[in-house]
Design a protein around this ligand. Structure first.
Ligand SMILES: [Zn+2]
Length: 478
């Protein structure tokens, strides 16, 4: 028990200092280590296994909707990056440059990709000639580099891992449908696999991606009431195609510019999982992406037959879930704390008395509920309990968002809510950048999105009093 105490006491309570709690969890759950380069992270095996599970889910969904994976170069020549004006302005401040190769000074600087629109566009210009070549539905899994000033593991690092989808289409309608389709893929992955409720919506012009006509987003609320942009999907119109001179011969025999999209989800989503579901005992993982779904802890493992039974159960369970047995000589108490810290959804305890009775104890990580289960019922009980953990996590996160979502009809009320509460504030908005800037300066809030589910909260913008165009959600964001 002394060991268990040590583990739990070593993380800061989330109510005392949420930021420190987060840092403690990513370290103690062995997700990351700090890298020798400032602002970079080493993703350790346990963190990597979570990302691999997310990757598998996304990759299958991309392929099911007709997308193919490709691999683009790490470097972008400066001249290529310069081609789309808004895009280069958006990314230039955080680009890393390669100026020498070996002993040679390069005649043209190479940028380390912060995102790959320019590379895809250059390639599309080579391979798209006719409407018969369209659409091209590509995705790549890679890391990108952005020279960030302040960094935190998963949430903001100079190098991070992601997927970036890039597609090119014959018509604007097709490209717009693609943008919305991929946003829905992200929303589904967040809600049905990661147990994170999200708000689907559109970004304001100020917050949209550099070079995009429209940026759609799925926004999640973390346990502390702050927002996290969980994934984005961009519609480019034909702006990039014009800048990169991508043309195709249409069905009318005329030359046209095609329409493009891009969309991405990154390792940042692991930060969202931690901050949505975690508690004072550490990580709590949604079962769909947990590297270990069931941890078997043998109790009194020195007694005859216990380890054998644990191994027999492990083999049986591995047919339908990700399972591990901890046979180390650490005390059961230490093991309980260790796998709670690592967020394993279910713990299976089995000792001599359980074996005699033909049963075991299953303990849920999310609410610590214990159930005695007959060994011959595990095949049905475990999937049921894993689903119950998922549902429990989703419900808790949704309740937190509901409790922390406020509406305001005056600017005074917005400012009061922003200073007294941590959460989302929903208001009407006239659509002017000026009002958005004022909210940022005077209330410290950024616009999260204009939600798909538009509400009627009033007729006027609370900031300027002019007629309102949209309902909009404001918040403080990671
Ligand atoms: Zn206004």
């Amino acid at each position: 028990m002394a060991d268990q105490k040590k583990m739990v006491e070593s993380i800061t309570s989330m109510d005392v200092d949420f930021a420190q709690w987060y840092t403690d969890v990513v370290k103690k759950a062995e997700l990351v280590d700090y890298a020798p380069v400032r602002g970079c992270m080493i993703v350790r095996p346990y963190g990597c296994a979570i990302w691999e599970n997310i990757q598998k889910i996304l990759d299958e969904k991309f392929k099911a909707t007709g997308h193919e994976n490709v691999m683009m170069p790490l470097f972008i020549p400066e001249s290529l990056l310069q081609k789309e004006k808004d895009h280069v302005e958006g990314f230039a401040p955080e680009v890393a440059w390669v100026t020498t190769g070996g002993a040679e000074q390069l005649s043209e600087r190479l940028c380390v990709r912060p995102t790959s629109e320019t590379l895809f566009c250059d390639h599309f210009a080579h391979v798209v000639h006719s409407y018969r070549d369209l659409p091209k539905l590509y995705n790549q899994w890679c890391s990108v580099v952005r020279w960030e000033k302040t960094t935190r593991p998963f949430l903001r690092t100079m190098e991070f891992w992601w997927q970036e989808g890039h597609t090119v289409h014959e018509t604007a309608e097709e490209a717009q449908a693609e943008t919305r389709q991929q946003l829905e893929v992200y929303a589904e992955v967040c809600e049905k696999y990661l147990a994170i409720p999200v708000i689907r919506g559109r970004k304001t012009d100020k917050e949209k991606f550099a070079g995009a006509e429209e940026t759609y987003t799925v926004e999640a609320m973390m346990h502390d009431g702050k927002a996290l942009q969980s994934a984005t999907s961009h519609y480019f119109g034909d702006g990039f195609a014009k800048a990169f001179d991508i043309t195709f011969q249409g069905r009318d025999n005329q030359l046209h510019h095609p329409y493009e999209t891009s969309w991405g989800m990154s390792t940042r989503i692991i930060g969202a999982i931690i901050m949505t579901h975690g508690d004072d005992n550490g990580l709590v993982l949604p079962p769909a992406v947990a590297p270990i779904q069931v941890i078997i802890i043998p109790v009194a493992q020195h007694k005859p037959g216990v380890l054998e039974k644990a191994e027999e159960l492990r083999q049986k369970l591995s047919a339908f879930c990700r399972v591990k047995t901890d046979v180390s000589d650490n005390s059961p108490g230490w093991k309980y704390a260790e796998y709670e810290m690592k967020g394993v959804p279910l713990r299976l305890e089995i000792g001599p008395r359980d074996i005699e009775a033909g049963q075991c104890v299953l303990a849920r990580r999310d609410n610590r509920e214990k159930t005695i289960v007959k060994l011959d019922e595990l095949e049905t009980k475990i999937p049921e309990l894993l689903q119950a953990v998922h549902d429990g996590l989703y419900e808790r996160a949704l309740k937190n968002r509901q409790n922390r979502t406020f509406t305001a009809t005056t600017f005074e009320e917005m400012k009061r809510l922003a200073s007294e509460e941590s959460g989302f504030i929903e208001t009407m908005w006239c659509g002017d950048l000026e009002c958005e800037m004022k909210v940022k300066e005077e209330a410290g809030l950024t616009s999260r999105c204009m939600p798909d589910e538009q509400k009627h909260i009033g007729d006027v913008c609370p900031i300027c009093g002019k007629p309102a165009k949209h309902s909009i959600i404001w918040g403080k964001a990671y």
